[in-house]
Design a protein around this ligand. Structure first.
Ligand SMILES: [Zn+2]
Length: 115
């Protein structure tokens, strides 16, 4: 996944990853060779769903859980999420619930290689 310009939900504008890696950071990192561990927290709503779900949502950008569910007309279920690294990190309670991660270990950081 490519770093977005920002992490604001395209529908409601909420920042889904405060301090998350952006396209601008990725550019600077390439120039300077900076490595950084991204600290996620329970305000983050960063995830990756299967291509057919993005297609149903008519979006390949940033959507919070509430807005993607509104677009697809149903709640997300664990089967909608990919096995990707993004889905291992900690996030909001509703995201954790949708992933079926209640009580499971989630990581509080993103790998520095991301971006
Ligand atoms: Zn939203």
């Amino acid at each position: 996944m490519k770093n977005p310009k920002h992490w604001n939900c395209v529908d409601c504008g909420v920042n889904t990853a405060k301090g998350g890696p952006t396209e601008e950071f990725a550019r600077r990192k390439v120039k300077r060779g900076v490595a950084k561990v991204w600290q996620a927290d329970k305000t983050w709503e960063v995830y990756e769903v299967n291509p057919q779900v993005w297609k149903a949502a008519r979006c390949r950008s940033v959507l919070c859980i509430g807005c993607i569910e509104q677009r697809i007309g149903r709640r997300l279920t664990p089967a909608d999420f990919t096995d990707g690294e993004l889905n291992q990190i900690v996030g909001t309670k509703r995201l954790s619930d949708r992933k079926g991660f209640r009580g499971k270990r989630e990581f509080g950081f993103l790998n520095p290689m991301f971006g």
